[in-house]
Every structure is written in structure tokens, then in C-alpha cells.
Design a binder for this molecule. Structure first.
Ligand code: GDP
Length: 343
């Protein structure tokens, strides 16, 4: 951040006034301003939230110009190695690359399974790259809202490739599918075993499967796995109409196959733009996002209402003892909330 901006941020003025300065600096590509804006987006504090909304409203016309890529795979598939290699390759081509990592496990494990700060060390030092993990929130679907908003901020700051990383756990892949253009699954050899353990549903979400670690003694196995994936995906309705799920091999460690994957992304973007799928998907995603926001805000308000939170534990107890039906108890809570709001 330049000195002038730092001085401005430090001034004791309401955050909402600083917001436009942050937005202006962010639009010039200032990475510190981008970090600051994402911190505001991630904060639960009300004044931070207001400032974040101001920044987002201001930068909205500058968003939407990046290719948004989702990457998933089981822990150990090589996601961080791949993103580091792929990101460096793209930075080398002159692209500005932002990496946002969703970590769905933190509320459970209490720690990050996406790992420590040493992940993607080289990429994080590259001047064309920006890496930001999403802290867990664990309620109201907050993580994904933040990632979406962070993605828009990165675009406004001039990042032209946005990579959203997630671990293949729970609901997170479906959420990522709803925020990206292209979804890549990083797979391991032994596709048969992996497919058995993997939720089949994931294959219905992806646009490409790259069998990673196709190097050394593992190369043959990787090629076989690729063939297996090709066969399996033939019977699957593709996530992107008109686009057959592509299967490839790569070695994130030895930087092999990266160019093919990037070419694939580019041809995907071109084809789907021509067919109109690219734009219609983004429109639908925005619509879905609105609905998700409405649900989130309603739930948040509902649960933070003092009368609801006073009644909830009692009703919960009754339901657990079998003294009341869950549906009746839920209706009673609705009455508590909505009759209060009518007064
Ligand atoms: P993540 O949990 O999916 O992020 O996986 P990591 O990127 O941490 O990789 C897990 C392990 O696999 C590490 O020891 C990597 O060095 C190794 N690895 C990742 N990519 C490759 C690859 O292309 N070839 C080989 N041989 N090893 C790899």
C-alpha cells in the first residue's frame, strides 16, 4: 500500500468514509487494499459489514472479467502443489492469479485441513499472485458468501484468473460449482478404488478430471486411471450442457500437463461463451446467490431474536422428550417471531 493510502486508512473517520478510499485503491490493483477489503467482508462486525457493502457496490462495475476455476480433490490429491505450479505457469504468461481456499473442515477439526502457511509458498511470493484462505464460520453458510464476495473484490483488483480451492468434503463442491465457470477435479490413480470411496455425485459437477502424479513409476497407472475415468464419465450427464467431461493426466510436482489444462479452460470459456451457457450460468448463479442470502439473513435474524432464543431451548427439550412434534414446535417458534414483528 502506498504511504498516502496508509495514512488515509489510519485516519479516525468512520469506516464507511474510508470505504471509498479502499475501493479506489483496490481498483488500482493495490493488494493491501484488496486484503483490507476482504478482511472487512469476512468480519462479523456491523460497521465492517457496512463498509464492505459500500466497497462491493462501488467496485461492482469492475467485476466479472475473470475466468473462475474451481478445484477439488481428496486431501493428498495434490491440490496445493497443483495450484502452486499452475498459478506460477499462469503468472509466467502474464495473468494475475487469485487463489481463494474454502476450508469446510475447520469447525469440526478446530484447525485447517487446507494446511499451514507454507502452502503455495512460491506462488504467494509472486507479484502477480494473491492467495487468501477463507476462515471458517460454520453457520449460516457464511463461508461461501464471503468467498463469492472476495472473488468479486479480486476481479475488481484486476485478477484475471480466480482459483477457488475446496477439499472434497460435504456440501462444499456443490457450493463451489455454484460460484465458478469451470470445475476441475484432481484425481489420483487407482480410479476404481477412488471412485468407490468418492461420492459419485461429484462427477456430475465437474468439467474436467485431471489424474495427478502422472510421473515416474506412477505414469502407467495414471494413464490407466484416466481411461477408467473416461469410461465412467461417458454415462454421466455433464454439468455444463454441450461440454463432455474432459479427462487428462498431469504432474503438479514436475509441472507437466499444465499447458493442456489451461488450453482446455480457454476452449471451454470460448465454447460456452459462444453457446451462451457461460453467461446464463453466471446469471443463474447470481439468482441462486440472492436466494441463499435471503435464507441466510432470515435465519440469522430469526435465531438472534431474543424471544426466539428464549423459547428455542424449551421447545427443543420438549421435542427431544417426545412431548411435542418438531413440526408443531417449529410452527410455535414462527408464531413467536412473526407475531412479535407484527406488533
Ligand atoms: P493436497 O492435500 O490435495 O493439497 O495435496 P498436496 O499438494 O499437499 O500434495 C500431497 C503430496 O503429494 C505431497 O507430498 C506432494 O509433494 C505430493 N504430490 C503432489 N503433486 C504431485 C505430483 O504431481 N507427483 C508426485 N509424485 N507427487 C505429488
Amino acid at each position: 500500500m502506498d504511504r498516502q493510502h496508509r495514512r488515509r486508512f489510519k485516519r479516525k473517520e468512520p469506516l464507511t468514509l474510508q470505504a471509498l478510499d479502499i475501493a479506489a485503491s483496490l481498483k488500482e490493483g493495490n493488494a493491501s487494499a484488496l486484503s483490507k477489503a476482504i478482511t472487512l467482508v469476512e468480519s462479523r462486525q456491523e460497521d465492517h459489514q457496512r463498509a464492505a457493502q459500500e466497497i462491493l457496490a462501488d467496485v461492482l462495475p469492475n467485476t466479472g472479467n475473470a475466468v473462475r476455476i474451481g478445484i477439488s480433490g481428496v486431501p493428498g490429491a495434490g491440490k496445493s502443489t497443483f495450484i502452486e505450479s499452475f498459478g506460477l505457469y499462469l503468472c509466467g504468461l502474464g495473468y494475475k492469479v487469485a487463489v481463494l481456499a474454502i476450508d469446510p473442515s475447520s469447525p469440526i477439526s478446530g484447525g485447517s485441513i487446507l494446511g499451514d502457511k507454507t502452502r503455495m509458498e512460491k506462488l504467494s511470493r509472486h507479484s502477480n499472485a494473491f492467495i487468501r484462505p477463507t476462515p471458517s464460520e460454520g453457520e449460516f453458510g457464511g463461508v461461501h458468501r464471503k468467498t463469492r464476495e472476495s472473488m468479486l473484490l479480486c476481479e475488481a483488483a484486476g485478477y484475471s484468473v480466480i482459483i477457488v480451492e475446496t477439499v472434497g468434503v460435504g456440501q462444499s463442491e456443490a457450493d463451489v460449482r455454484d460460484m465458478v465457470d469451470f470445475f476441475l477435479l484432481l484425481a489420483l490413480t487407482g480410479a476404481g478404488d477412488e471412485l468407490q470411496g468418492m461420492k459419485k455425485g461429484i462427477l456430475e459437477l465437474v468439467d474436467a478430471i485431471a489424474v495427478n502424479k502422472a510421473d515416474g513409476d506412477n505414469l502407467e497407472k495414471a494413464l490407466t486411471a484416466k481411461e477408467e475415468y473416461s469410461r465412467v464419465t461417458m454415462g454421466i450427464t455433464p454439468a455444463t450442457p454441450g461440454w463432455d467431461i474432459a479427462t487428462l493426466t498431469c504432474s503438479a510436482l514436475y509441472q507437466e500437463g499444465l499447458e493442456d489444462i489451461w488450453k482446455l479452460v480457454l476452449s471451454f470459456a470460448e465454447e460456452t461463451r459462444q453457446s451462451g451457457i457461460f453467461d446464463s450460468r453466471r446469471r443463474n448463479q447470481a439468482g441462486k446467490w440472492l436466494h441463499a442470502e435471503v435464507r441466510r439473513l432470515l435465519l440469522q435474524r430469526f435465531l438472534s431474536n431474543p424471544d426466539v432464543s428464549a423459547s428455542l431451548p424449551l421447545l427443543e427439550e420438549k421435542v427431544m422428550e417426545g412431548a411435542a412434534l418438531p413440526s408443531a414446535a417449529a410452527n410455535e417458534l414462527m408464531d413467536v417471531y412473526f407475531s412479535l414483528n407484527k406488533k
